[in-house]
Design a protein around this ligand. Structure first.
Ligand SMILES: NC(=O)c1ccc[n+]([C@@H]2O[C@H](COP(=O)([O-])OP(=O)(O)OC[C@H]3O[C@@H](n4cnc5c(N)ncnc54)[C@H](O)[C@@H]3O)[C@@H](O)[C@H]2O)c1
Length: 210
């Protein structure tokens, strides 16, 4: 990666799209892809593909394109997917259970190591082999598994409190599913997953076309 060049946020946001697309091509035994074709698959012009990838190195060959396996490996490294990332999930409700049951995370090196809740009726229950523990064990599990990432799957009213607890034990990345903004220190990255915002965008589209 080039030293001090600021990489645009939009480029960083496209990296997972390139990654997913290349993983698919690799599965189909496609060995080489041009920037034009890659761009078409993720919906950007070939010039943008070349620009995006050039921030991280010289991966393509002029007139040939990109070697799928090689670029995939590099993107895996750039995205940190070649590492193992243990995760703590807070909130063993409907969404929490669905996330624990989702197999796709493992393929990305992500593993939910602990599920925590405050509800005594849920503590001790098992979800896909993981025993729900009390939120009181947060510090202990984070230290035990060296966890840096947390998922918030609690109601909005509890989200800030849970975020504060996660931050206090050294969590640096939070995936927040509660439909509310949470405030964290600058060195903590938050990704808000607000499904209702997504669907409102679709409804707006329908309403405008009526
Ligand atoms: N269910 C969905 O499909 C869905 C989709 C998108 C977003 N969400 C959001 O995700 C969150 C969870 O939704 P859900 O449907 O799983 O709710 P839920 O009520 O089924 O589960 C929430 C869980 O959080 C626990 N909890 C509450 N306060 C806590 C605290 N301070 N510490 C630890 N645990 C605590 C509760 O005991 C409960 O087990 C909500 O904010 C919801 O708006 C849900």
């Amino acid at each position: 990666m080039k030293g001090k060049i600021a990489i645009p946020r939009t480029t960083i946001e496209r990296l997972p799209l390139y990654y997913r697309c290349l993983a698919k091509l690799d599965k189909m035994d496609i060995e080489v892809i041009s920037s034009k074709e890659l761009g078409e698959r993720i919906g950007v012009p070939s010039t943008q593909v070349r620009k995006d990838l050039s921030y991280y190195g010289e991966f393509g060959r002029r007139g040939v394109g990109y070697e799928v396996k090689l670029l995939l490996k590099n993107l895996e490294r750039i995205l940190g997917l070649n590492n193992h990332w243990p995760i703590v999930l807070v909130g063993a409700g409907n969404l929490g259970r669905a996330l624990v049951n989702y197999e796709g995370f493992r393929k990305l090196g992500l593993e939910i190591k602990a599920v925590l809740d405050t509800d005594l009726n849920k503590i001790g229950n098992s979800i896909s082999g993981i025993t729900v523990q009390s939120i009181k064990n947060l510090k202990e599990v984070v230290e035990k598994y060296n966890i840096k990432m947390g998922i918030i799957a609690v109601p909005a009213a509890s989200a800030q409190q849970v975020a504060d607890q996660l931050v206090s034990v050294g969590i640096k990345a939070i995936w927040n599913f509660a439909p509310t903004r949470i405030i964290v220190p600058e060195d903590v990255k938050v990704k808000n997953e607000d499904l209702s915002v997504g669907i409102i965008g679709l409804v707006y589209h329908l309403a405008r076309n009526e």
